[in-house]
Design a protein around this ligand. Structure first.
Ligand code: GRF
Length: 205
């Protein structure tokens, strides 16, 4: 796990900011949005961004914002405590999954009980579970001629897409809806709702 960006010049352990770790596997548009939202926040600090993909856009966004960004592999995540140790050493309070595709192992669930949030691009429990990610979700929603869909922000437990729901937001599906137009609607809902829901969850509002 070699750093691919420099850590922030100063850590903020001297104040009461909650330190969050973002996990992402993909392009990282949510990571980008969350970083921007909390820039200058006195409540939340995005302390580190971690990815199971070396070339993830999410790491690039973090690097540009001068936030520590690290890739990790299966051994780090599933077969050792490397990721857990890193989170502990960074004094992470909450883990945010922003388009992260690996299942969260037991060592993280038990050490961050009720402190891991995920975003899913459907109205869970509909269109959740293994294999339901990215375009597969929206293709299934369209194939079933649903009249509405949306996003779900939920706590993470040992099963895929199964923890307590914290927030849902909906959008309608038009007759002429395409995969692309639906992806855009969902992306907009995610950007509008994810950072503020993280903030409200952390501040218990
Ligand atoms: C989002 O649709 C999120 O709901 C899902 O993965 C996608 C991540 O997109 N879990 P991005 O990498 O943040 O653009």
């Amino acid at each position: 796990m070699r750093p691919i960006s420099r850590p922030k010049a100063m850590k903020t352990t001297e104040n009461n900011k909650k330190r969050i770790a973002l996990f992402a596997s993909g392009s990282g548009s949510n990571v980008f949005n969350i970083i921007n939202y909390f820039e200058g926040s006195e409540i939340v600090e995005v302390t580190i961004v971690l990815s199971n993909k070396k070339n993830a856009g999410a790491l690039v966004h973090a690097e540009k914002a001068n936030i520590k960004a690290l890739p990790f592999n299966r051994h780090d995540f599933f077969e050792s405590n490397n990721v857990l140790r890193l989170l502990k050493s960074e004094q992470i309070d909450y883990i945010i999954l922003a388009g992260f595709l690996w299942k969260i192992p037991e060592n993280l669930i038990s050490n961050f009980e009720n402190k891991i949030l995920n975003i899913h691009p459907s109205l869970l429990p509909k269109y959740g579970g293994k294999g339901m990610f990215g375009r597969h979700v929206h293709e299934s929603v369209l194939a079933n001629k649903e009249k509405e869909t949306g996003i779900t922000i939920h706590l993470v437990n040992e099963k895929y897409d199964d923890g307590k729901i914290i927030k849902q937001a909906t959008c309608s599906i038009d007759e002429s809806e395409t995969l692309l137009s639906l992806q855009e609607k969902i992306s907009k809902l995610e950007k509008e709702n994810f950072p503020i829901t993280i903030e409200q969850f952390i501040t218990k509002k």
